[in-house]
Design a protein around this ligand. Structure first.
Ligand code: ADP
Ligand code: AMP
Length: 215
């Protein structure tokens, strides 16, 4: 299965991609996670990307396209993947199409996470992430067993810099302007599928499986 998750910040893409990875062994390629790791390790990429990310802006297309191409080339040709958070612009979608064509691979489904903005704000402001593995929690909706600590690797949970109100607002705008056109791009290619991303995690997961398995 080769899937793309498109949706607004806080839509639940990471949460669902991690479930698919754990339960269906479909590897998650999350460009936001890759960037956060680069920042944590203070690499050149991390130093370049940090300011845009904190402000809720996108990292330049050329940088993101190179990262994803490299990651796809590294994976063996038969395994599937979930691209989570890429493509976020039409030029990224076009570049991805070219790369996959060259590799003679095709996307099976592009899932559009649909959710109302007021719910997104609540999800984003309560989000906490684990420092070691990027595991995703929510203070109210997905609390860890022990406050402030990851269930899986017991590392401290932190709040992302871009989950503060000003950056949230900017990310919503960027989504509307830069990323919504990506959905039109895929609608024209008939791999598009809408997903109702409201409701509880397991409920959304069931709907996701139905959408992914539909012929
Ligand atoms: P995205 O990757 O789309 O930005 P996340 O998967 O990180 O979104 O989810 C954003 C926040 O919302 C996290 O704190 C997560 O725990 C929480 N969350 C995800 N899915 C749901 C859901 N179905 N119901 C309630 N909270 C959710
Ligand atoms: P995410 O974890 O998907 O919410 O991404 C966090 C931030 O990383 C975004 O707000 C952008 O600054 C950056 N980012 C992640 N993926 C991309 C992408 N495909 N294109 C540009 N910037 C990205």
């Amino acid at each position: 299965m080769k899937l793309i998750f498109v949706g607004p910040p806080g839509g639940g893409k990471g949460t669902q991609a991690r479930l698919l990875q754990a339960r269906r062994a479909i590897p998650q390629i999350a460009t936001g996670d890759i960037l956060r790791e680069a920042i944590a390790q203070d690499t050149a990429l991390g130093r370049d990307a940090r300011r845009s990310m904190e402000a809720g802006e996108l990292v330049p297309d050329a940088v993101m396209i190179a990262i994803v191409e490299e990651r796809l080339r590294r994976s063996d040709g038969h395994e599937g993947f979930v691209l989570d958070g890429f493509p976020r612009t039409v030029p990224q979608a076009e570049a991805l199409e070219e790369t996959l064509n060259r590799m003679q691979r095709r996307i099976d489904r592009v899932v559009d996470f649909q959710i109302r903005e007021e719910i997104l704000i609540r999800r984003l402001s309560g989000r906490r992430v684990c420092q070691v593995g990027g595991h995703i929690y929510h203070l109210a909706y997905q609390p860890p067993r022990e406050a402030g600590l990851c269930d899986i690797d017991h590392s401290p949970l932190y709040q992302r810099d871009d989950d503060r109100p000003e950056a949230i607002r900017r990310r919503m705008e960027v989504y509307q302007v830069e990323t919504l056109p990506v959905l039109d791009f895929y609608q024209a290619r008939s791999v598009y599928a809408a997903l109702d991303a409201e409701g509880e995690v397991e409920e959304v997961y069931d709907r996701l499986l139905a959408v992914v398995n539909r012929r």
